[in-house]
Design a protein around this ligand. Structure first.
Ligand code: 0XW
Ligand code: MG
Length: 372
């Protein structure tokens, strides 16, 4: 089995906000339009594997859409002739061709997992040790908003069935964050968990002030500050567990933050750590250290969502904080029949082998790069 062709597609994902003319608002950025990259591996036996990477703009993390495609141009020629099921060798070949750029390499890694599942006739989750359940709980991100609007959105989403609420905070006076957190906490239903996600937007002063002001609110502080060092300095000064997200840049960062007693949990992105192969290792380290975590991605369509979902379905429910998917903000699906969609705050696994997604490639136009 060999990779015979690599095609790279570019696809625009205009953000379809909850209401017209409303961006995806976080502490440090308003997101109106995203640019995703899809990798298609064609094997010599006709098997096709797909992967996707969709940076959340150019300032959420040190990654951007055109950078992903530039990185793929570096590694793709070295994939031709490799066995897609030999994932260690594929990742080694990419690292030998290009240092770093995990977010780009992730699309190749995911495409290899997709192809491998199709070759063996099993789902990716089954290759990862098996799904512990066929439907997994997601979570809803309430965007930066007034206390009234935040509470109304959180209430509506809990009524839909979401078992976890992430409230976006930051980028404004901390008093407004405190008011919004208190408004959401006041309508939180029994058993529903709350994360205050500042997306790097708070200083250590802000994080300490908000945590102290909300000491009676059961929540976690997700990526409160910009740097790992800032968040490490919060230990012992805040009243809430600290979850790393943007700073959890790879397996080593996860291990270090656990070992140093900084991370109580994680918001994880499959592409940020390099794909499903790396996310599997993070899953297992978090299981051993009993650190709850999400399995998300920054954004993307059905392929990015499916990669998160397949890993998420294998996570012990006691350690799982959900796969967030961008579906509510994306027009349509790559696969109208088995596309990944939210159903009452939960997500069901698609039935097919590999990722279970059979995309309509015509949506993406012609490849922007092809390698044979
Ligand atoms: C909520 N997300 C998973 C979606 C956006 O990519 C941001 C991210 C987060 O938790 O920071
Ligand atoms: Mg986050």
């Amino acid at each position: 089995m060999k990779i015979a062709e690599v095609d790279v597609f570019q696809h625009d994902l205009p953000v379809r906000g909850p209401e017209q003319g409303v961006p995806y608002r976080m502490a440090l950025q308003d997101v109106w339009h995203l640019d995703t990259t899809i990798v298609r591996l064609a094997c010599d036996d006709g098997t096709i594997g797909y992967g996707e990477t969709c940076p959340l703009g150019s300032t959420y993390q040190p990654e951007h859409a055109r950078g992903a495609r530039a990185a793929l141009a570096e590694v793709a020629p070295h994939l031709i002739g490799l066995d897609p099921t030999a994932l260690g060798r594929v990742n080694a070949a990419m690292d030998e061709a290009l240092m770093g750029h995990r977010y780009a390499k992730a699309a190749v890694d995911v495409a290899c997992w997709d192809a491998t599942g199709k070759i063996y006739g099993v789902r990716v989750c089954d290759l990862l040790g098996g799904a512990v359940r066929e439907r997994v709980p997601s979570y809803h991100g309430v965007l930066v908003a007034s206390p009234e609007d935040a509470a109304a959105d959180a209430d509506r989403r809990q009524a839909e069935g979401f078992p976890r609420i992430q409230l976006k905070v930051g980028g404004r006076p901390v008093a407004e964050d405190v008011a919004a957190l208190r408004a959401v906490a006041a309508i939180l239903r029994p058993g529903v968990r709350l994360s205050a996600d500042a997306n790097k937007g708070w200083t250590t002063r802000d994080a300490i002030q908000v945590s102290q002001a909300c000491r009676d609110v059961a929540m976690v502080l997700e990526q409160p500050c910009q740097t790992y060092e800032e968040m490490a300095s919060l230990v012992g000064k805040v009243c809430h567990p600290i979850y790393l997200d943007e700073s959890a840049t790879g397996l080593a960062a996860v291990v270090t933050s656990i070992g140093q007693g900084v991370a109580d949990g994680f918001g994880m992105k499959v592409s940020r750590v390099g794909g499903i192969s790396a996310m599997r290792a993070v899953r297992d380290v978090c299981a051993a250290a009993r650190r709850p975590h999400t399995v998300d991605d920054t954004w993307g369509g059905d392929l990015a969502a499916a990669a998160s979902l397949h890993v998420g379905a294998t996570v012990d429910p006691a350690n799982f904080e959900g796969p967030w998917i961008a579906e509510p903000y994306v027009d349509g699906h790559y696969d109208d029949k088995h596309g990944i969609h939210l159903d009452g705050g939960w997500i069901g696994l698609p039935p097919g082998p590999g990722l279970g997604i059979t995309p309509d490639e015509s949506q993406w136009g012609d490849p922007v790069m092809s390698f044979r």
